[in-house]
Design a binder for this molecule. Structure first.
Ligand SMILES: Nc1nc2c(ncn2[C@@H]2O[C@H](COP(=O)(O)OP(=O)(O)OP(=O)(O)O)[C@@H](O)[C@H]2O)c(=O)[nH]1
Length: 327
């Protein structure tokens, strides 16, 4: 007689949370909160930026070998294969990683990224825990910035974090919550300031509705092939990078650039060097709001700036910025 008991316990691979949300909604801020509060958990972070300079990775509190950058393309389309290779590299490390967090660009459609973990061999080695979508309560509009990707971020979110509640009234947050429920009624909706949220509400929550058994393998491949490789072009967004080994004049940067900023720039972020200051300036602009944080330089000073918007003219913007440099 065969006494062995056959238990059908599903093997769970490395848990994965996809952190998404439109430009400037607070994704990097959330990852920093997670890194501060993760205790002994070995967390790997995969940061994707579609510009050719990766500013986000330089703004993370804990930059080490567990942080992987994927720049110059979008993991939901143009560099999806790069995502698969990177996840394999993380899985093959000698030291086991307990949890993987993927920060998408602010313009990513999360669906192809979700499918990546449910098709290919990755479905047996990983476990998609949830898609977490941040919403900037100040800048969010129900037309989703006229961007299909921004709409899908809400539609596919298992957790929606209404962030930047400090900048708006409670009525506005209530309104956003009821609007979001009309698009995605099943999501766990939470609220935060500076993306502060207890980790037990967002990690290892097993909220992903999309599971391998819910989709046939052939179907996944088919769905992946249907994803347009040029969705950023369809949405009309471009990113412009600017770098310089000469400092800016603070006065010129303020008057000739910031005061004249065109409306079609949605987001800018950079590490700036001003002739008038010995400190490094972290520049952040989301919508109409910007701020500068001051820190010590730990590297040779340079300027690195990324601007994201619609129908931007790179030559004019780069020339305007060059004109703000000191001689
Ligand atoms: N007032 C306020 N500012 C916030 C809050 N959360 C984030 N910020 C600020 O908003 C700016 C953008 O935050 P990030 O975390 O870089 O946003 P992101 O989603 O990673 O941006 P991208 O990856 O460029 O799309 C930064 O200046 C943050 O300090 C918040 O709750 N309140």
């Amino acid at each position: 007689m065969n006494n062995s008991l056959q238990l059908d316990i599903p093997k769970r691979g490395m848990p994965i949370t996809i952190v998404t949300g439109f430009l400037g909604s607070g994704k990097t801020t959330l990852i920093n909160q997670i890194l501060h509060n993760k205790h002994n958990l070995k967390v790997a972070i995969l940061v994707n930026e579609f510009g050719d300079i990766n500013i986000d990775s330089q703004l993370l509190v804990d930059i080490n070998e567990n942080m992987v950058e994927l720049s110059n393309g979008c993991i939901c389309c143009t560099i999806n294969e790069g995502l698969v290779d990177t996840v394999y590299e993380i899985l093959e490390r000698d030291e086991k990683i307990d949890y993987l967090i993927i920060e998408t660009t602010g313009l990513a459609d999360p669906f192809p990224i979700m499918l990546t973990f449910l098709s290919t061999e990755l479905k047996d080695l990983t476990h998609l825990d949830s898609v977490l979508t941040l919403v900037d309560c100040e800048n969010f509009t129900p037309d989703h910035f006229d961007s299909e990707a921004a709409f899908k971020q809400i539609a596919y979110g298992d957790i929606i974090l209404l962030n930047k509640t400090d900048l708006v009234s409670r009525d506005r947050v209530d309104y956003l919550e009821s609007y979001i429920k009309t698009v995605n009624n099943g999501a766990r909706v939470l609220r935060s300031e500076y993306s502060k949220i207890p980790l037990y509400l967002i990690l290892d929550v097993n909220l992903s509705k999309l599971q391998p058994y819910s989709l046939e393998e052939n179907n996944n491949q088919h769905e992946l092939q249907k994803i347009p490789k040029n969705h950023l072009i369809n949405d009309g967004f471009t990113s412009i990078s600017f770098q310089s080994k000469r400092p800016f004049s603070a006065l010129k940067f303020q008057h000739n650039f910031l005061d004249e900023l065109p409306d079609n720039i949605f987001r800018a972020k950079g590490i700036l060097w001003f002739k008038e200051s010995e400190s490094k300036h972290i520049f952040q602009l989301s919508g109409k709001r910007y701020d500068m944080q001051v820190e010590e330089w730990s590297t040779t000073p340079t300027n690195q700036l990324v601007l994201i918007g619609r129908n931007l003219n790179p030559l004019i913007i780069q020339q305007d910025l060059t004109n703000c440099l000191t001689m």
